[in-house]
Design a protein around this ligand. Structure first.
Ligand SMILES: [Zn+2]
Length: 160
């Protein structure tokens, strides 16, 4: 009886150890993104470069990032801004283009590794980009596939 319970205990202990090991191996915590620059709200003139400095952190292993800028005057949150942007388009003699861009680790051949990575990325804003409200979204994925994102408002204005 005593031997049997000791045997059971050994098996339980073994199961517990293997669980702890496998639990340690699987990363379930998403990465973390810090935007070093720009610090505050972003207003940028069409035709200029937007400089972004970002640091990505993960408890185990980073893998990739994605940066997306898309108009915010044609849908989701800011309906009044749409009217405003529309009026501005109508008042302009030159046709403007709603600016949208997506950069990825893969497209830039720039995969992340380790627990901390900093990137300096310049994004060219076309001179004919439609002024108005935009969203800047930065995604980060770790080696285990956990994803996190960071969203910031971005305002494009006409060249001075
Ligand atoms: Zn958006």
């Amino acid at each position: 009886m005593k031997i049997k319970s000791l045997f059971t205990l050994t098996i339980l202990f073994g199961l517990l150890m293997s669980c702890m090991t496998s639990c340690e191996e699987s990363d379930t915590r998403p990465p973390y993104i810090t935007v070093v620059s720009p610090q505050d709200s972003i207003t940028i003139e069409a035709g200029k470069k937007l400089h972004i400095q970002i640091t990505f952190f993960d408890n185990m292993e980073l893998r990739s990032y994605k940066i997306n800028i898309h108009p915010n005057f044609n849908g989701h949150e800011h309906a009044p801004a749409r009217e405003e942007a529309h009026k501005r388009i109508m008042n302009q003699s030159q046709q403007t283009v709603d600016f949208e861009i997506t950069l990825t680790s893969e497209s830039r051949n720039d995969l992340l590794s380790g627990q901390e990575c900093t990137r300096d990325i310049d994004i060219d804003i076309p001179a004919d980009a439609t002024p108005g409200n935009y969203h800047l979204i930065i995604y980060c994925t770790d080696a285990a596939g956990n994803e996190t994102y960071y969203a910031r408002d971005l305002t494009l204005v006409n060249p001075a």
